[in-house]
Design a protein around this ligand. Sequence first.
Ligand code: MF3
Ligand code: CO
Ligand code: CO
Length: 271
Amino acid sequence: MLKQSKSIILNAAQRDRMRAAGRANAALIDFLRPQIVAGVTTEEIDRAVYAWTIERGYRPATLGYQGYTKSCCTSVNEVICHGIPGPYELREGDIVNVDVTTIVDGWHGDQSETFLIGDVDDEKIAVTQCAFDCLYLAIDAITPGCAVSLIGETIVAEAHRRGFSVVREYVGHGLGRAFHQDPSIPHFPNRQSRVDRLLPGMTFTIEPMINAGSRFTRLDQRDGWTVRTKDNKPSAQFEHSILMTEQGPEILTPTADGPRPGHVFGRPNSG
Ligand code: MF3
Ligand code: CO
Ligand code: CO
C-alpha cells in the first residue's frame, strides 16, 4: 500500500506548480551546461548552482538535507551518485553526473544529466548512452495506471542486453512538496513496484544508475555520502521529473539545449 495515497495525486493547480518547479530546474541545467568543462572544479559548479538558485528566490533542496551541505551532487566516473562538490578539477576523459533539485514556492524539480568531458573512452560513452536510453525507454513505456514495475522491467532488459548492470540500492521517488515521497521508483522490478500504480496526477522521478561492471555499490565511510561502484568501473545516470497525466507521461524538466531522445553520445569531432 502507498502511504500518503491522497496527497500524492495532484489537482490541476498543483500540477502547474510542479511544471513551474520543473521548468526552473531545467533552466538551471541549461545554465550549467556550458560551464561543465575540463579545468572546472566541482565546487565551482556547486557555487554556480547556489548563486543561480538564490538569485531567483528559489532554494536548492539538497542544502541542509539530512546534513548534506552542498547545492547539488557531482558524481565523477566510478561515483554512482551523491558525489559531494569539492576541489576536484574535471579533466579530459571524465564523465560527470550533475544532479540538481530546486524548490520553487515549496514544490520540487529534480533532474540530472551525465556530461562527457572532451574525449572519453568507449566504455564511458556506452554506459552514458545506456543510462540515457534507459530513461527515455522507461518514459515511453509507462501509461496511466500502469504498474511501477514496468519502469524497472524496461530498464533492466535494456541494460542487460548491452552487458551493463542496474543499481538497486538507490531508486527514483515520488516528488512534490516533499523531496522524496511515495511511490518508490526502483529501476528493477520488485514486489512493491508490481503493486504500485502510476495514476494520473502523480509526480515522480525516473533516474536509472547504470554500471559498466557489476551492480554492486560501496558507500564512502569518510564522508557518508559518496556512492561508488564496488569494482571501480564507471557508472552513469540521467534523471527527469515526470507527471503522469490522463493522456500519458509528461516530462516536467525538459531542457532547451540538452540531449533529446535518440541523441548519440560520442567523441568530439568524430562522426
Ligand atoms: N537529487 C538526488 C535524487 O535524485 C538526491 C540527492 S540527496 C543529497 O534523489 F543529499 F545527496 F543531495
Ligand atoms: Co531524484
Ligand atoms: Co536528483
